[in-house]
Design a protein around this ligand. Structure first.
Ligand code: SAM
Length: 512
């Protein structure tokens, strides 16, 4: 329990040594070192081993047992001085009696725990609220429902440093590193030369998260908010750069620049699938001639309210849609009154009423003051016959062309996004263009693969479909379309014809 509250995962000495080695190779020379959450002190150990001319080493640790151990690390260089305190109670320039004043290295592995987890464990290893207020822009972080304690420590240190030249090198989640970069950019904190080295968190900490060594120079050069991205601690050359283009953090600047013409405003609006937060009742499974809900009850309702359902796990190559999964749709658009169902669909009304408690228990405030059995993510697009669908969850997205099943339009749940059309040819063409390796490379350049939901409506709406369709060769469109499990659809023989199908208003087309 205590280990969880304090985010206590001690860094193996071998990893700490590798980190110090990288920092030395990076070229900065430091004369004093701070380990702000030092635990057993393995980073301090590694610094002592590899930097014999270091003048001063300070550690801070909240748990006394670790303080005892860190204090006794033998040193032929400067003797480490360990403070038994919380980093949240210390201003690192004002409250530490530094004897030297040179370049400062702040190194370590701050706790891997979120404020929400702290709340759940009824712990309070958090900064005092009044201190937070003094940090410019901190609301952007603490206003979020869930933020990492490590993220807060990063930002506290960046502010504490004021004008002091320093390097901060922390092991942290990649999401924390990104948030720090975002924060520094937003608040114009003077960081320069940021490097992110991916680490194998499973191997070192048995943790299933994307984590990295994030190294940032501060108060040393003209501010620059790019981060070199290294796949491994051992890589000498970065694979790419992450950074800001028009205030948007871009995952892979190199690929983004190559396919920049694909970036823009989508010509068609991507929509999210249906949201009801009542899957146990609203989602049905075909069993023989009957429909069953998640409780295994046979559901005998008016058929016209059941639509074929696609969920994220079906959105993959070679998926052959069937009407085996269904979802009940109670409205044609959000906010529509549902009272008429009592007479227009009495069996459906009776079924939903029987499960009223499931609907009353829906937590999201969007359902408050709305008609009984309300849904979201519905509109004319829900009932369009032809759709391109994509899941929000996959690192490598796949765009599925979807046709009606048994004359019923197929709908997707809210883990997916869709573009609706009234012509199957458009769906096939667009799915082919979107699944092209060039489009996927561009898409991946603006997506952070380790996010819970890498693909979102905001991301999809940045795809300039016209430029994408212009760019992908006709041959490639044909080849990709041939992989779809669909009745054969003949693709027009010219790019111009294809573009006119999508954009009939275009008179003059510039073709590649
Ligand atoms: C992920 S562990 C890393 C320990 C050490 N830095 C290392 O890399 O081996 C995080 C450490 O932070 C300490 N810690 C947690 N909250 C703290 C706080 N408010 N102030 C100082 N140390 C804290 C924990 O006790 C734990 O030793």
């Amino acid at each position: 329990m205590k280990q969880k509250i304090l985010g206590d995962f001690q860094t193996p000495l071998a990893l700490a040594e590798q980190v110090v080695h990288i920092l030395k190779q990076r070229g900065t020379h430091w004369t004093r070192v701070l380990e702000p959450t030092c635990g057993l002190g393995n980073f301090i150990h590694a610094v002592i081993q590899q930097c014999p001319d270091i003048q001063e080493i300070i550690g801070i640790e909240i748990q006394e047992v670790y303080v005892q151990q860190a204090v006794s690390i033998p040193s032929s260089a400067a003797q480490p001085h360990i403070l038994h305190q919380s980093i949240f109670d210390i201003d690192i320039l004002r409250d530490i009696a530094w004897v030297s004043s040179g370049h400062l290295l702040i190194i370590g592995n701050p706790p891997w725990v979120t404020n929400a987890m702290q709340g759940a464990l009824e712990a309070d290893n958090l900064p005092v609220k009044t201190n937070l207020k003094q940090l410019k822009g901190i609301d952007a972080i603490t206003g979020k429902a869930n933020f990492d304690i490590a993220e807060f420590i990063w930002i506290k240190l960046l502010h504490d440093l004021r004008d002091t030249p320093a390097t901060i090198a922390f092991l942290c989640k990649t999401s924390v590193a990104r948030n720090v970069l975002n924060y520094a950019h937003q608040c114009r904190l003077p960081i320069s030369k940021a490097d992110m080295y991916m680490i194998d968190a499973k191997k070192w900490f048995n943790a299933a998260v994307d984590a990295c060594l994030f190294v940032v120079d501060i108060n040393q050069a003209v501010a620059d908010y790019f981060a070199n991205m290294f796949d491994n601690l051992t890589d000498e050359q970065p694979r790419t750069k992450m950074g800001f283009i028009q205030n948007q953090l871009i995952a892979n600047i190199n690929d983004f620049e190559t396919f920049r013409f694909m970036h823009g405003q989508s010509d068609f609006e991507w929509r999210q699938g249906v949201k009801h937060d009542a899957a146990k009742v609203m989602e049905l499974q075909r069993v023989g001639d009957t429909w069953q809900n998640h409780y295994g009850e046979i559901v005998d309702i008016e058929n016209e309210y059941i639509y074929p359902l696609i969920k994220s796990s079906y959105v993959k190559p070679h998926y052959a849609a069937q009407f085996e999964q269904g979802v009940i749709i109670t409205q044609n658009h959000p906010g529509q009154d549902t009272a008429h169902l009592k007479t227009t669909a009495p069996r459906l009304w009776q079924y939903l009423t029987k499960h009223q408690t499931i609907f009353s228990a829906r937590k999201s405030s969007i359902y408050r003051n709305h008609a009984a059995f309300s849904m979201f993510g519905i509109g004319d697009y829900t009932f369009a016959s032809y759709k391109v669908m994509v899941s929000g969850f996959y690192k490598t997205p796949y765009f599925l062309p979807v046709m009606p099943i048994k004359q019923r339009p197929v709908v997707c749940d809210d883990t997916c996004y869709l573009l609706p059309f009234d012509d199957p040819l458009l769906v096939v063409l667009l799915a082919a263009a979107l699944n092209h390796p060039d489009t996927l490379r561009f898409l991946k350049s603006i997506v952070f693969e380790d996010s819970k939901r890498p693909i979102t409506k905001t991301i999809l709406n940045q795809l300039n479909l016209q430029m994408i369709l212009q760019h992908i060769p006709l041959n490639d469109l044909n080849q990709i379309a041939a992989t779809f499990v669909l009745p054969n659809i003949v693709i027009p023989a010219s790019k111009e014809e294809i573009l006119r199908l999508f954009f009939p208003h275009l008179r003059q087309l510039t073709l590649f």
